[in-house]
Design a protein around this ligand. Structure first.
Ligand code: HEC
Length: 286
């Protein structure tokens, strides 16, 4: 037998033996365009104050961010990145938004997420010199109040690090966050220097210690980034939510492009993720 065939066979047998599953055929998984945008200083305190945010009243009545803003995130990002609103220190040349193709799939054991986007122009001073790009995903199991409306904004506060005047040791958190009570966001992150993190955000942000993340990979093909995550449905540790086929969860994601950190990222509004169930983003069964 040829050596490559032997290796392929051994690899297949190995996977079967471990009970692991292969990544999905992404060409068969539908994509959804989510335009992440630069949010400036718009923490949840700003969002929920009627005199500041035009949507505060609607939010109180149960409307979702997406309902009012889905079509205009590129305009919002442009306005904010240029310093036209809620950004006291605009970054020169900052992209206001990035359209991202999002794909999701699952099998009996894992959730698979794939994000691809065109690298926007950059060139600003490097805040995180080690990482040109980072991508984080937060998942929430319908326990955090208002999470189904506001996505990751429940973790974004005016006193968190990199906000104007804030303590640099204060991470993002959930008001009333309690990992034991399920009031937290599960957090996974890929960074372009090759690190991966599996943590959560409850009363504070914890970057590691989770056992659900199997793999996080990213490559740049020409000017396009492609980042994929493989995550166990079952979770595994404190701060890992258990994903059940047929159920719907809250999901948001953020890209730190052009060597940025802290609040200087591009973020999605809150989406729903269905594990084989209809939702804003549906992880199709493979
Ligand atoms: C009921 C509709 C509604 C909802 C729900 C809503 N907003 Fe808004 N939002 C507005 C309006 C109106 C403005 C002011 C826009 C303007 O001046 O034209 C605004 C402004 C903003 C801005 C400033 C940028 C801009 O274009 O003015 C941000 C950021 C923002 N909203 C984020 C959010 C987030 C995040 C949520 C969910 C947590 C949300 N909004 C929910 C209506 C809404």
């Amino acid at each position: 037998m040829h050596k490559p065939i032997l290796i392929a066979l051994a690899a297949t047998l190995g996977l079967v033996a471990l009970g692991a599953s292969a990544a999905p055929d992404w060409s068969k998984v539908p994509g959804k365009t989510v335009t992440v945008f630069y949010p400036g200083v718009s923490p949840i305190e700003w969002i929920t104050t009627g005199t500041e945010h035009g949507g505060a009243r609607g939010l109180k009545k149960g409307e979702v961010c997406l309902g009012c803003h889905e079509e205009e995130t590129a305009d919002m990002g442009k306005l904010i990145a240029s310093g036209g609103k809620v950004e006291p220190s605009p970054i020169k040349g900052k992209a206001g938004s990035i359209p991202v193709n999002v794909q999701a799939a699952h099998d009996a054991g894992n959730l698979y997420l794939r994000f691809s986007w065109k690298q926007p122009a950059g060139g600003a001073e490097k805040m995180d010199k080690d990482n040109q790009v980072k991508l984080a995903v937060m998942l929430e199991a319908n326990k955090v109040e208002r999470a189904e409306q506001s996505g990751c904004w429940e973790t974004c506060h005016k006193d968190a690090r990199t906000m104007p005047g804030a303590d640099n040791a204060k991470t993002k958190y959930v008001a009333g966050g309690d990992v034991k009570a399920g009031k937290f966001y599960d957090l996974i992150q890929w960074t372009s220097k090759g690190a991966k993190h599996d943590g959560y955000v409850a009363d504070k942000r914890v970057m590691d210690g989770g056992q659900a993340l199997v793999d996080a990979k990213g490559v740049k093909q020409g000017d396009e980034w492609v980042v994929t995550f493989t995550r166990k449905l079952a979770g595994g540790a404190e701060g890992d939510i258990t994903l059940v086929p047929g159920q719907v969860y809250n999901m948001g994601f953020a890209i730190h492009d052009d060597y940025t950190q802290g609040r200087f990222h591009q973020v999605s509004l809150g989406y729903t993720l269905g594990i084989g169930a209809d939702a804003g983003i549906k992880a199709v069964q493979q």
